[in-house]
Design a protein around this ligand. Structure first.
Ligand SMILES: Cc1cc2nc3c(=O)[nH]c(=O)nc-3n(C[C@H](O)[C@H](O)[C@H](O)COP(=O)(O)OP(=O)(O)OC[C@H]3O[C@@H](n4cnc5c(N)ncnc54)[C@H](O)[C@@H]3O)c2cc1C
Length: 438
């Protein structure tokens, strides 16, 4: 296959796409505005670590590089919920053996770039794309260079320049929504040479309108992230001076304070970043396609942004194979088939923020989770909890969302009865009936 392919963005998704297309025999060139992260300071991205789960793993396996990533992973088998008194409750994510995995964003990206280089992809760092001539499939760069290709992929993230050019074309839909909360990362160093907290969990401090989470790193540190409103009585805006920050942590996160003694300094020094949902459609025009965050950026509360972007790459490649790499058919087909899934995960991610910051510590939520676990044990083929469908399966996000809504309706109906002896068979029958009804 001799087609010349240009990819803009050597982040997580663009790099994986480059590997996949090169393996299919294309002539692939990648352009990245940053310097080569392997030769510069460690990557200073928006989040230091990420949760990699089944969809991402399947995509990495599809290009045979998961064995290179696996040694970087720290499995997290459940949520460790910290209440305001510092008491801990562990909530498993799924069944035994199921976990999500904390991975360094920087190392993951570096390994993908190493693989690109080994496979012979033409890599161009320090190349900031500025223009796209969509009719002639030609990219223009800040350094004056121009590049004509047979196909262009924009994997240049949430603020994609390629999408901005698509936006200028007729009938292109676009929406962008910032939530009221932002985030700030804080580092928790090791304690006596070891992890300061249990390492195989995702730690959560749910506090109603805000929350703190922590994911482990291989150097025995934790990256903590405070998700906090920008404005209001208790917010980034109101909390600025050292005394205020310390008394806030003392009140809401008393068990964190001794583990991050320089919390006030870090809080004042570290960036506050915003969180955005971006939707667009169609993702293509002529021979240019956007994917990953460039076409569908989501809030991070389901830990699925990268996983969804990696899944884009796997599904795109599979579809293209089936369609014999006929670009003029594949680009519109992929855009229309995949869009409903990314809309679904976008909705799920927003809902999960409320679940994480408000519900995970509450008795009702725990009862529901317990009931769902029992239903799954009794009817493993019929009842798979929503979190498991999203995180531990490759069922389409749209179908997971649909089934999740039916499960919620059915549980609401049965829990309303407040009967001590719930009839599991009846619950599952009702679910299956509604599921078939469509
Ligand atoms: C706080 C936070 C936590 C998250 N946690 C998770 C998680 O646990 N699990 C998960 O699955 N996802 C998570 N995500 C989402 C994840 O980070 C993104 O979905 C993922 O990085 C998207 O990858 P991408 O390659 O599409 O975009 P990006 O990672 O943004 O990469 C885009 C690349 O394009 C380059 N670029 C941009 N513009 C240009 C240009 N004009 N010319 C050339 N190059 C350009 C950039 O330098 C960058 O390298 C999180 C996100 C945030 C903000």
């Amino acid at each position: 296959m001799t087609d010349k392919i240009s990819i803009v963005g050597a982040g997580l998704v663009g790099s994986l796409l480059g590997i996949s297309l090169k393996q299919k025999g294309f002539n692939v060139t990648l352009f990245e505005k940053r310097k080569d992260p392997r030769k510069t300071e460690k990557y200073k991205g928006r989040s230091i670590n990420l949760a990699l789960s089944r969809r991402g793993i399947l995509a990495l396996q599809s290009v045979n590089i998961f064995d290179k990533i696996e040694p970087l992973l720290i499995p997290m088998t459940g949520r460790m919920v910290h209440d305001v008194k510092g008491r801990l409750t562990f909530q498993p994510y799924g069944k035994e053996g199921q976990c999500i995995n904390s991975v360094s964003r920087g190392r993951l990206n570096e390994i993908l770039i190493e693989e690109l280089e080994k496979s012979g992809v033409n890599l161009n760092f320090d190349h900031q794309c500025e223009t796209v001539d969509i009719e002639n499939s030609t990219l223009g760069f800040l350094n004056g260079k121009k590049e004509k290709s047979d196909v262009i992929f924009g994997a240049d993230g949430a603020f994609s320049i390629i999408r901005k050019h698509l936006q200028q074309s007729d009938r292109f839909n676009f929406s962008q929504h910032y939530i009221d909360h932002g985030y700030k990362e804080l580092d928790m160093t090791p304690l006596n040479g070891d992890f300061a907290m249990e390492p195989n969990s995702l730690h959560i401090w749910p506090r109603g309108n805000f929350m703190l989470i922590a994911l482990p790193n291989q150097d025995k540190t934790f990256t903590c992230t405070l998700f906090f409103p920008f404005e209001g009585a208790t917010s980034f805006h109101s909390l600025m001076n050292e005394n205020g920050i310390l008394s806030f942590f003392e009140r809401y996160f008393p068990d964190v304070l001794p583990l991050i003694p320089d919390v006030a300094e870090q809080y004042q020094k570290n960036l506050t970043s915003s969180l955005v949902t971006i939707k667009s459609c169609p993702w293509y025009k002529n021979r240019t396609l956007i994917l990953g965050d460039a076409s569908h950026a989501i809030v991070p509360f389901y830990g699925q942004g990268m996983n969804a972007g990696f899944e884009d790459v796997r599904l795109f490649t599979e579809l293209a194979e089936k369609m014999n790499w006929e670009w003029q058919k594949i680009l519109p087909a992929f855009s229309s088939i995949r869009k409903q899934d990314t809309d679904a995960i976008s909705e799920l991610a927003l809902n999960n923020f409320i679940e994480m910051r408000c519900h995970v510590g509450k008795t009702d939520f725990l009862k529901r989770k317990e009931l769902e676990a029992k239903l799954q044990d009794a009817y493993p083929k019929d009842w798979i909890p929503l979190y498991s469908m999203v995180t531990f399966s490759d069922l389409s996000y749209a179908e997971a969302l649909r089934l999740g809504k039916i499960q919620q309706k059915v549980l609401d109906e049965f829990l309303y009865e407040k009967s001590e002896n719930l009839d599991f068979e009846k619950i599952v029958d009702r679910f299956n009936t509604l599921k078939k009804a469509g």
